[in-house]
Ligand binder design. Structure first.
Ligand code: ZN
Ligand code: ZN
Length: 63
């Protein structure tokens, strides 16, 4: 599935609420796979599954 087209859109970082933290690289926003939706594991609070962004499928360093 390497040639699957992925699109991402910016979302306010769920961990810091836009202030900026290590999880959003101090930007306050994170790129998440479109259409963005809250992480089903933590409902936006932040957990290991969403990289502490609060969003499902954040664009990670490993993508
Ligand atoms: Zn943040
Ligand atoms: Zn989560």
């Amino acid at each position: 599935m390497a040639d699957e087209q992925k699109t991402y859109e910016p979302a306010t970082c769920g961990h810091c609420g836009g202030i900026g933290c290590t999880y959003c690289d101090k930007t306050g926003t994170v790129l998440v796979r479109a259409p963005k939706k809250a992480c089903p594991e933590c409902e936006g609070v932040g957990c290991i599954y969403c990289g502490f962004t609060g969003w499902a499928h954040p664009k990670g360093k490993y993508d």
